[in-house]
Write a protein that binds this ligand. Structure first.
Ligand SMILES: [Zn+2]
Length: 772
């Protein structure tokens, strides 16, 4: 259909120049991803020859509360399920990152400011003996094995190679001085309470433990520098921990000997908690914990925990602990005991929220993945950090000394518990390589954390997840940004890069690119495929496409492999309308008729203007194609034109629709869907959602025609802030004043301070777009 008569009303505004690009952003990732093979298939699932090694531990641990030291004897049984003989084994000695000569400290950078805290000085000095003392390493039969310590890694040389399919057991004895976590830093260590002279130990990475040997890295023994976290194989643990008799312990696994370490009353309370699904039951009351604070038991007790198919073991111990528990029902799996231990300093926040938040977290994480496969989930209050281990998380969030707390402290505490307990799924069960890819656990976890927070409370002030939360990071100086696909230790802004940006990316995939149904199915498929296995980034990227039939290579390329940002400019708008006088017989003269049309139309209508004489041109060919009598008047021409229109064409003209031609420019570089709202002059609105593929022929500028019977009063790009568009000043036509905010900065010194969590932003999230 062609429309040959128009009224033109044209708006346009300034154009910015975009640099030329090298590759079409919709080309497939190709060599950016590893070639699929027998262990990892092209669909993103484990391949038919997938394998992973396993390490089982039997450990005896002793905590000395007077000297703040810890010692252990462990038997490691390593199962070589790889196709390769292994001549030596690599173990991780993470605690060596607390040594005076640790690379994590010697390569850290910093400048002196005007103010410096005692803890900063302590970290700069970093001269305390905190690293592992390896006492001896022997075979199961007691023959000593030679070993070499290379900073945070240790190679144990074997008398003969472990054949494919074989197992090997050996013993390690060790000890170290526990670090003061508050003063010296670290994910593990103690907190000392001056008011009652007690210690609270939160102990992790405390034993020499196996590195992962896999089909991607061989041995993953990249040194621990403090930032890139842990890569650990699955195994079974049987751990006996000996502590002062008045301590209580929370740990990975199920307590095996409650009758030895709990009173009869405590055991009864624990049994009662097993059928309490809404109200936490106190197993150690605040009064009982307070009473113990002034005592110092001289005896010791040994707590025995067993855990099956976990990738690590962590624990916490103190006589200060209050303990409560609740049972969590699951759809098709056994109940889980959600439990918290916290000193009185955590109340009233902790007694109100911690255990209920664990239950909420398990409920919603399992909704998006699978039922929680472990029997317990702990949240332990450890000031200033948030840190995750299988079945146990250390969480910050402490009220002020008088028991008051701000909204920020409360939501920060709830957010950190959801986050750290949520890590049970990523990476404790969906066991990715944290040393290499921080985003695979932090990003995926922060994404589900965001959903769980919003399900805890409408308009929960989530600091990460919603698209607008990542704008400040993504609009930063390109020279300071790293792609998400960067090695954990090389990332400059870990919080925004490995937590916020991937969480936002997944949220955008779910809400704007794929839709919830396709996304949720594919995300769950990824979780199911890689449950209790070791996924890589390609396995995630491929599974999300495999289960949805959505080509996402452009999305992974832009969001994960580049630092480009979304900035779509509404560059030009043309408004056109097919029009015709209702009754041409009312015309009294050609002039009147022509007057109806603005400048520019006359040449189309008044063909007399372009008539040329016969002798000036070659008519041999032209005459055959001349179909308009140029001597006719404009009115006659118009009537002739109307007469020749098909009924469909006449209908178009009579309908009087508005034709809007919109030109969009991709200023930011990231290709994204175009979401544009039309606000009509009658007050109604309409949203047009255009998939990102609109940019596939031209990644920099596209135009599209929209037809509407109404007149558009305003166009708004990305009206629900879905795309993390970093410059909204070019999103409106007519232009709209942009309000910006400034933030009154106040140093927060209560409540949180987790390395995993920024203070939550006070800005409420925008309404979700109208999709289901
Ligand atoms: Zn985390």
């Amino acid at each position: 259909m062609s429309i040959r008569i128009f009224i033109f009303i044209v708006f346009s505004f300034s154009v910015s120049i975009i640099s030329a690009q090298e590759i079409n952003k919709f080309e497939q990732l190709g060599s950016l991803l590893p070639t699929p093979n027998d262990t990892r298939s092209a669909s993103g699932a484990p391949g038919h020859a997938y394998w992973q090694n396993r390490a089982d531990y039997v450990m005896d641990i002793h905590l000395d509360d007077l000297k703040q030291t810890i010692s252990g004897k462990e038997t490691i049984t390593y199962h070589n399920q790889s196709p390769d003989p292994l001549q030596y084994l690599w173990l991780q000695l993470d605690q060596n990152n607390q040594s005076p000569d640790a690379d994590g400290y010697s390569t850290s950078t910093g400048k002196l400011g005007e103010r410096i805290s005692a803890s900063t000085i302590a970290r700069y000095e970093h001269n305390l003996d905190r690293g592992f003392n390896i006492e001896k390493i022997t075979s199961a039969s007691g023959d000593s094995l030679s070993y070499t310590i290379n900073k945070t890694m240790m190679r144990v040389d074997l008398p003969q190679a472990i054949a494919p399919g074989a197992t090997y057991s050996f013993k390690v004895e060790w000890n170290y001085n526990i670090n003061n976590r508050i003063k010296e830093g670290g994910r593990s260590g103690y907190e000392y309470f001056t008011s009652d002279s007690n210690y609270l130990y939160a102990i992790a990475q405390f034993y020499p433990r196996m590195c992962v040997y896999d089909d991607i890295n061989g041995w993953q023994h990249k040194q621990f520098l403090g930032s890139g976290e842990f890569t650990v194989p699955f195994g079974n643990y049987d751990v006996r921990i000996t502590v002062p008799g008045d301590h209580a312990i929370a740990a990975t696994g199920v307590l095996q000997n409650s009758k030895d370490v709990l009173t009869k009353t405590q055991q009864d309370r624990f049994n009662k908690a097993k059928s309490s699904y809404t109200t936490p039951v106190l197993i150690i009351t605040p009064e009982e914990a307070l009473e113990k604070e002034s005592q110092r038991s001289t005896d010791e007790k040994t707590w025995n925990f067993k855990a099956t198919n976990v990738r690590d073991f962590a624990w916490a111990s103190s006589r200060k602990f209050i303990w409560d528990a609740i049972a969590v029902k699951q759809s098709a799996s056994p109940d889980v005991m959600a439990m918290s231990m916290y000193p009185k300093e955590g109340n009233p926040l902790w007694e109100k929220y911690s255990t209920k938040v664990i239950a909420h977290t398990l409920r919603w994480y399992s909704h998006y993945t699978f039922d929680f496969p472990y029997p317990v989930a702990w949240s332990v209050h450890t000031d200033r950090i948030g840190m995750e281990y299988p079945m146990i998380a250390f969480n910050g969030g402490r009220p002020a000394a008088d028991g008051t707390y701000s909204n920020g402290a409360k939501y920060g505490m709830i957010g950190v518990i959801i986050h750290e307990v949520g890590h049970n799924y990523f990476p404790m069960i969906i066991n990715s390589d944290e040393r290499k890819w921080a985003w695979m656990d932090e990003g995926l976890n922060t994404f589900i954390q965001y959903l769980a927070e919003q399900q805890w409370e409408r308009d929960f002030p989530s600091g990460r997840g919603a698209a607008f939360n990542i704008v400040n990071y993504m609009k930063g100086d390109q020279a300071t940004l790293d792609p998400i696909m960067s090695t954990s230790d090389n990332i400059r802004n870990l919080g925004s890069n490995a937590y916020g940006k991937p969480a936002t990316a997944l949220n955008i995939l779910r809400e704007t690119v794929m839709g919830r149904e396709l996304f949720d199915k594919a995300f769950k498929e990824y979780a199911m495929r890689w449950k209790f296995k070791h996924p890589s980034p390609a396995d995630f990227f491929r599974t999300m496409e495999d289960a949805s039939a959505v080509d996402l290579d452009w999305f992974w390329r832009g969001w994960f492999f580049s630092t480009e940002a979304c900035d779509i400019q509404l560059a030009e708008i043309k408004w056109q309308r097919a029009d015709m006088p209702q009754d041409t017989t009312m015309m009294t003269s050609d002039e009147k008729f022509l007057d109806e049309y603005p400048q520019g139309m006359t040449s189309l209508l008044n063909r007399e203007d372009i008539v040329q004489t016969q002798d000036e041109i070659d008519t041999t060919l032209r005459d055959k194609y001349t179909d308009v009598d140029s001597k006719k008047t404009a009115k006659e021409n118009y009537e002739n034109y109307v007469k020749n229109l098909t009924p469909e064409e006449k209908a178009v003209i009579e309908k009087g629709d508005n034709y809007y031609s919109l030109t969009f420019k991709n200023v930011g570089g990231l290709v994204m869907p175009i979401i544009i709202k039309f606000v009509y002059d009658d007050g109604t609105e309409q949203i047009n959602r255009i998939p990102a593929e609109i940019w596939r022929y031209n990644n920099e500028e596209v135009s599209k025609v929209f037809i509407t019977d109404k007149i558009v009063k305003q166009f708004i790009l990305d009206p629900y802030l879905e795309t993390a568009d970093i410059d909204r000043s070019n999103n409106y036509f007519p232009a709209q004043q942009q309000m910006t905010r400034f933030e009154l900065f106040q140093q927060q010194n209560q409540g949180r301070g987790s390395r995993n969590q920024p203070p939550p932003t006070p800005t409420p999230p925008p309404p979700l777009p109208g999709k289901s």
